[in-house]
Ligand binder design. Structure first.
Ligand code: F58
Length: 791
């Protein structure tokens, strides 16, 4: 390993050890590790070909991967080797690992789920490709200026990305615009614009280096590099115009996790990566098959939300216009390949495109969508429409073109059946199924929490890493005093390390014995960071009123970004920072209450915060959080949840036991009912003197003394259109928090509850989720298991 690293340093980086920077060392280590993945990767590809396996194609606009170096090293079981080699070379392993920038090619849960799924697909040995976009700029970088969010472009590709292989030979033209000709029964699309999609492959190697799949990200390039005629005429801008146009397509990730941006560029991005992926998988299929009617036996295409929903019409277009299959046959054939995952019920997040816009950019696709619509109406008169009020509704399109549609938690799936797709569900009663989300235990326990990982492995071996349900054996340890002591110590160590980091980065001193209460996720009204903050102010008031009470010391940690155009979310961020400023400087609550909000929350920060958390905030308005996956990461790492009956919280509570979960709040049914009552928010505020006081303080400018009107909008919203029922759940939430306070006072009992959480979370491994997809949706199998069976 030492020689390999030095060789890489010399021959790939052109540096000698004396002059190498941390970056050079990291690249040398990464390239060395990457070399060791290639055999597994090649062999997996060969095996999948030899077995003529069905392949899974996971199409996702987002892959929120974070750093890769630790994943790669641990999945290859190289930790000790690499660490040892670097120590011998006089280098610091941790410093090198922390030098890698996060690949932030996603907004939040949806993108992170895709990354966890890639890890599980490889670990399970299921042949799969992840297809997405190689954004030049991932999710923006967040900083705070006077408490307000400031966004700056993220530049992960300024440095070379060590893990990818550029594939200049894998290149497909992607067309836009123009018109369509129908002649002698033949249809021809004459596009007006064309770009090239070039592949960049990152090998994804599963646990213990047994199987490797590919994450193939597409980058847009101009068809012709530049126009030499214009250049020679001295028109340098015109010479580079087509290049500039093409490159914008893969330039930025849309940072909007709330509403359909309505931008033409986003539609082009969606079509760009979907069309490239379909050309690629068709090419692969046609290499060793000639009967396109067998396509569904070899190809499973999973649509991660509606962003790639144009895959339906695109696949039909390719089958009909390029391979001469009848439309009537092509539609069901495409459907048999396609499945769609829904991640949201929020009406504003369901994608729609103006018919006019879609027709201008993808004229042939609009024709095909019309035919799909007619076919659906003919077969199921009165079916909900794809085309309505001048819009193309991508949810309906995805549903109608999928053979299975899945929700991401039990509750969410029921709500999908009852609300957004109620009418389609009546027509296709077996199409909607549930696949509750999961998380990869490799990243979210093994790598991020080495203390707990070693404790568990010492107690039971490392079988749990690929079979997380083995963790139930830990339940027997709750009476083992030595184990429980070590369990508590590992949490204490993680909290001390986090306190150090927060001290260094935010300049705030924390007491590692305080309860670390953490809410990290995108800032959104339905996730109710505001309710958490109001409770913090109420607690502060109570502490100041009763200074002699035996208060449980708390550290409230927030993390998360707001979409740049989401003004209410940005006000909430500013309010958190303003309140922190006042409370953190109040001598009356010193040592008892602190608020920290480290800027630029990302995957790497989550890996730091989650292992050091005691209390996990999962407090969305019931019925709004489709699943949540952060909730699973916390519970697995021994944090207790304070939460509503929403998303996967419901299933987490069933697994960990209601006695190990702080439940509060209205149920989804009660939420819908409450909204029918006129003036429900005012009534709730009037009934709660505690809440009234907090709202009064905020409205009076207690936290913005030089700009007292700053939060009138926020307070006014709570009085007049508190759609997410912050006011109605406030008292119940406050009480649940006091139950948590009391429980925390008994450290042994708290640790026993935390252990029950860790021990009960095995079911939430994304390995279980992927087995569910493979069985119920894809009918895909690991070729190796088939060979083992026949041997
Ligand atoms: C999330 N959706 C859900 N969307 O909110 C969360 O409950 C769930 O656990 C997770 O998916 C995985 O199923 C989500 O993250 C986005 O970020 C979209 C990005 C593009 C625009 C629309 C929202």
């Amino acid at each position: 390993m030492k020689d390999d690293i030095l060789n890489r340093l010399q021959f790939s980086l052109g540096k000698d050890a004396d002059h190498a920077s941390v970056y050079d060392w990291r690249m040398a280590v990464s390239l060395t590790v990457r070399d060791q993945m290639v055999d597994t990767w090649f062999n997996s590809t060969k095996e999948a070909y030899a077995a003529s396996s069905k392949r899974v194609y996971y199409l996702s606009m987002e892959f929120l991967i974070g750093r890769l170096i630790e994943d790669m090293i641990s999945n290859l079981q190289l930790e000790d080797t690499v660490r040892g080699a670097l120590t011998d070379l006089g280098q610091d392993f941790d410093e090198i690992v922390h030098d890698e920038p996060d690949a932030a090619l996603g907004n939040g849960g949806l993108g992170r789920l895709a990354a966890c799924f890639m890890d599980s697909l490889a670990t399970l040995g299921i042949p799969a490709f992840g297809y997405g976009i190689r954004y030049e700029h991932g999710l923006f970088e967040q900083s705070f200026a006077q408490g307000q969010q400031v966004e700056r472009p993220e530049t992960w590709l300024n440095q070379r990305h060590a893990w990818e292989f550029e594939r200049p030979e894998v290149q497909f033209p992607i067309c836009f615009g123009g018109h369509v000709d129908h002649h002698d029964g033949k249809t021809t699309w004459h596009p007006s614009e064309k770009v090239l999609a070039t592949a960049y492959d990152t090998p994804v190697i599963g646990w213990k280096n047994e199987w490797g799949n590919t994450l193939r990200l597409w980058s847009a390039e101009p068809v012709s590099q530049f126009d030499l005629d214009s250049f020679n005429r001295g028109d340098y801008l015109a010479a580079g115009r087509s290049e500039a146009l093409a490159r914008t397509i893969s330039r930025v990730l849309y940072p909007d996790d709330t509403t359909d941006s309505g931008k033409e560029l986003r539609l082009k991005q969606e079509y760009f990566f979907t069309a490239a992926s379909i050309q690629d998988l068709m090419r692969r299929y046609l290499q060793d098959h000639d009967d396109l009617r067998q396509l569904p036996e070899h190809v499973a295409i999973q649509l991660n939300d509606t962003h790639p929903a144009i895959a339906g019409p695109e696949l039909v277009r390719v089958l009909v216009d390029e391979h001469g299959i009848d439309m009537a046959e092509a539609i069901p054939l495409a459907r048999a390949c396609l499945a769609y995952t829904n991640h949201t019920l929020l009406p504003e997040a369901l994608e729609k495109w103006g018919e006019w816009l879609l027709g201008r950019i993808l004229p042939r696709h609009l024709e095909i969508i019309r035919i799909i619509e007619e076919t659906q109406q003919r077969e199921h008169p009165g079916s909900p429409r794809i085309l309505e009020h001048g819009d193309v509704r991508m949810g309906e399109l995805a549903f109608i073109m999928a053979h299975k549609v899945n929700g991401v938690s039990a509750l969410h799936t029921e709500l999908v059946k009852e609300t957004v797709f109620a009418d389609l569900h009546r027509i296709h009663p077996t199409r909607i199924i549930n696949q509750t989300n999961g998380i990869t235990p490799r990243r979210w326990l093994y790598n991020c929490n080495p203390g707990l990982r070693d404790l568990i492995t010492d107690a039971m071996g490392d079988g749990w890493v690929a079979d997380l349900e083995q963790l139930t054996a830990l339940k027997a340890k709750r009476d083992d005093a030595a184990f429980m002591q070590a369990f508590q110590a590992s949490k204490r160590d993680n909290k001390a390390a986090l306190s150090n980091w927060i001290g260094q980065t935010c300049g705030i001193a924390l007491d590692p014995d305080a309860m670390f209460d953490v809410q990290i996720k995108r800032i959104h009204e339905y996730k109710r960071q505001l309710m958490n903050l109001l409770e913090t102010v109420a607690l502060w008031n109570d502490m100041r009123d009763n200074p002699d009470h035996d208060w449980t010391p708390r550290v409230k940690i927030f993390g998360g970004k707001a979409a740049p155009g989401y003004y209410m979310a940005k006000d909430i961020i500013r309010l958190i920072n303003d309140v922190a400023e006042v409370i953190n400087n109040d001598p009356a609550t010193k040592g008892r209450l602190k608020i920290v909000y480290p800027p630029n929350y990302n995957v790497t920060m989550a890996e730091r915060l989650i292992p050091a958390s005691d209390l996990s905030e999962q407090i969305s308005t019931a019925g709004k959080e489709a699943s949540g996956t952060g909730n699973m990461k916390f519970a697995l790492n021994g944090a207790l949840t304070i939460g509503t009956l929403d998303g996967a919280n419901v299933e987490i509570r069933e697994h960990v036991g209601s006695e190990n979960f702080f439940l509060f709040g209205l149920t989804a049914a009660e939420v819908m009912e409450r909204r029918q009552h006129h003036g429900y928010a005012r009534a709730a505020i009037e009934a709660s003197p505690r809440l009234q006081r907090v709202l009064g303080q905020i409205a009076e400018g207690r936290f913005a003394p030089h700009d007292t009107g700053r939060y009138h909008g926020v307070v006014g919203m709570l009085y007049d259109h508190d759609y997410f029922l912050v006011t109605c759940d406030f008292d119940s939430y406050f009480d649940a928090q006091r139950r948590a306070d009391n429980a925390y006072q008994n450290a042994d009992n708290w640790a026993a509850m935390a252990l029950m959480n860790t021990a009960s979370m095995g079911w939430f491994s994304s390995d279980r989720t992927i087995k569910g997809y493979a069985r119920d949706i894809w009918n895909a199998h690991p070729p190796r298991a088939a060979m083992d069976r026949s041997a």
